[in-house]
Design a protein around this ligand. Sequence first.
Ligand code: LLP
Length: 411
Amino acid sequence: MEKFRISKERAFELLAKYGSPLYVYSEELIRKRCREMKGLLSRENFRVNYSAKANTNLEILKIIRDEGLYIDAMSPGELIIEEKAGFKPEEILYVSNNLSPEEMQFVIEKGILLSVDSLSQLELYGQFNPGGRVVVRFNTGIGAGHHQKVNTGGKKTKFAIQAEFIPQVKEILAKYRLRLAGINQHIGSLFLGVESYLASARRLFQLAKEFPGLDFVDLGGGFGIPYHPEEKRLDLVQLGQELEKAFEEFLAEYDNPDLILMVEPGRYIVAEAGNLLGKVYSVKENYGVKYIGTDLGFNVLMRPILYDSYHEVQVLKNPASKETSNKRERVNIVGNICESGDILAENRDLPLIEEGDIVAVMDVGAYGFVMSSNYNCRLRPAEVLIDAGGQDRLIRKRESYEDLLRHFPGL
Ligand code: LLP
């Protein structure tokens, strides 16, 4: 299975059982992707940290842990869920950005290794934990990604410390007797060619030579998946081979032959394992454009409105429908949020859609539910897992109206 594609019968059955809209995940595919990533390099000193921000459902984290991946965190909330999923402090790398002093102390007290990404936060870390181990995130000048908003390397980003500040980093490390356990980077999210990742890896290896005795170098995530049917799958075999070569060359010149190489995939592990199901409630034409009205607003899936992202959609015909023609139509699939930008899929050529049909959105396992919101006071959807035996199981309850009212003092 390359992508999880829910069957029509199953989709109608699940919506009848759990309600709409609904996120549905395939355990089988998550496990497959974990194994592929672990096999990127076949050597002892290679480690995969799942980047939890892509999907933090507790049950999904448990599966990923069971597959032997480690994990990153970027907020106390992620840390807390990861601990609940069974990850031990030494299996977590906290890749931070602009932590409050309280958050930093929280991480230190838990004994979790922290990556800082500014001189001021390195200074703060030194004050809180003199003599401790720390990680520093560098920007090697190379960025990548499907949108400027998720490009986190190069000249136009708030992230990391540029190489020119290495002397200042060394100064702060010495001042607080900090031991630099590793260096990391993340150039951006979603590349499908191997070049930018390899180029940035070589640069980070180069930079690592400035710091003898590191335990690891962490290259970050960003491994893309083909959202569009015409996109080509990332060639993990080629990437693995070239990475292995670059790493070998680096190790030959480095003082710690056991240094661990780490990667931090988020999307690659979970994206294709998720489908989002919603119902069609209205069909209309406005000035020559056909609109399919569903319950899949941008409160449920934010990627299209935020990044103009493409997600393939499947039309699952209502078994009660009398429509038997093979007619197709050009349509906009829209949600139920009161903004004109609330378009899930624009100008798509699809089989004729009617009220009562189901729309299944593909590749939503990453940055889907985690970016959902209560905008328009809508409830966040439920999540269901199709387990390895093919059984469905609720792994997150749908929100309730009590949840919406919970935070008003005095109610
Ligand atoms: N490591 C760090 C430090 C990161 O900031 C990220 C993602 C990752 C790893 C994992 O990246 P991945 O392998 O998933 O590409 N909401 C956007 C993506 C934002 C990614 C943020 N950082 C989207 O829906 O495309």
